[in-house]
Design a binder for this molecule. Structure first.
Ligand SMILES: [Zn+2]
Length: 375
């Protein structure tokens, strides 16, 4: 009897100890989350980036972009609440985190499945809790609930890679990381809290390609082709393309080949968007990320693609590629497309004269004439 009593006592002590350790870890995690929340509210970029794991450079770049968006926009009442903690081991913890904030009078809230890892004795934010699949050119990161979507991406990503390589004439160095998010809102909040609308795919240099749940493989192939064109051309231009030009090139080389030919005719374009009277100068001034009406968003993409189509028809596809290449002679600009847009437009104007021999105003006149004359 005595023997059993002492075993029970030892067992009790062990359980008590585990309880203490768990309590200690939970305390550290609460403290860590509180610190991240304070850095966001105080708009401390360095402080916030110090909480991010440095293991995956693309995640650090993504979080820098995410945080710079907060510095530039009036994100209010940012709040993080730990809803669930699961201790995976002494150095690894998964969380269900509730992120809430207000922007332009609207309230947002979402649950984030986050992984924290202890690095050199300090807890670090190690991105969402992802599993991973690998193909020759890709690493696909996904939450374990989303395995069937990850498999769909795996089935088409190499096709997307070779299609893009054929169409643009160039491949992509190294492995591209694709991140799969549980829904469009989590994808949006993982990119920029200020973004006005939910998108299907996202890429910024030097980040991962991001997407969400879609039922068919073809949708993934099309999204990946669009984002891969961004990856090739943004790298090649040293991140110096104007926003509209970057979208135009992606639409021309990725979306148009996937659409019926009728969609790229002047007649279809004018019938759909005549009232918008879009020209190159308007595209330069437009801010896609702040648009709210679906038709304005579609008009921006289609117009950008049609302007590139016009440049290809008038000057040749090699000239479009040459513009991208010449932009790449300027120094690398750190920042997302919208942050660097003004600088990129100035550089683009210089390159236009050099490559096409026209200034932007002349090119714009040619575009207006082109789009309005019968096919
Ligand atoms: Zn795009």
């Amino acid at each position: 009897m005595r023997k059993y009593l002492s075993i029970l006592m030892v067992l009790g002590l062990v359980l008590l100890c585990i309880g203490c350790i768990n309590k200690e870890i939970k305390g550290q995690i609460e403290e860590f989350v509180e610190k991240q929340e304070v850095y966001v509210n105080e708009k401390s970029l360095d402080g916030y980036i110090d909480t991010i794991s440095k293991e995956e450079p693309e995640y650090v770049a993504e979080k820098k972009s995410w945080m710079r968006d907060i510095l530039e926009n009036n994100i209010e009442k940012y709040d993080l609440e730990v809803e669930k903690i699961k201790i995976l081991d002494d150095d690894k913890v998964s969380l269900k985190l509730r992120q809430s904030y207000q922007y332009e009078g609207k309230k947002y809230s979402i649950q984030i499945p986050l992984l924290l890892v202890k690095e050199n004795g300090c807890w670090k934010d190690h991105d969402l809790l992802f599993d991973e699949m690998v193909t020759p050119h890709f690493r696909i990161k996904y939450h374990k609930n989303l395995k069937k979507y990850a498999v769909a991406i795996k089935n088409v990503c190499e096709n997307a890679y070779s299609n893009v390589q054929k169409r643009y004439g160039e491949g992509i160095e190294g492995k591209t990381i694709i991140k799969l998010y549980e829904n469009q809102e989590l994808l949006r909040q993982s990119v920029k809290l200020s973004f006005s609308w939910q998108f299907a795919g996202w890429y910024e240099y030097p980040e991962s390609i991001k997407t969400t749940e879609f039922e068919d493989e073809e949708t993934y192939r099309k999204i990946l082709e669009h984002e891969l064109i961004h990856k090739i051309t943004i790298k090649k231009s040293n991140n110096n393309m104007p926003y509209w030009f970057s979208e135009g090139v992606a639409v021309y080389f990725a979306n148009f080949p996937n659409q019926p030919k009728d969609f790229q005719t002047k007649e279809y374009y004018l019938n759909t968007y005549r009232d918008y009277e879009i020209d190159i100068l308007k595209l330069e001034k437009a801010n896609l990320e702040k648009m709210e009406e679906d038709k304005s968003i579609h008009c921006y993409y289609d117009s950008s693609g049609m302007v590139i189509k016009f440049i290809v028809e008038k000057y040749g596809v090699e000239k479009v590629k040459k513009i991208v290449e010449e932009l790449g002679r300027f120094p690398y600009e750190e920042g997302t497309g919208s942050e660097i847009n003004e600088q990129s437009i100035k550089r683009y104007h210089l390159v236009l004269e050099k490559v096409l021999g026209v200034c932007v105003e002349e090119l714009n006149k040619e575009w207006i004439q082109f789009i309005n004359e019968a096919e």
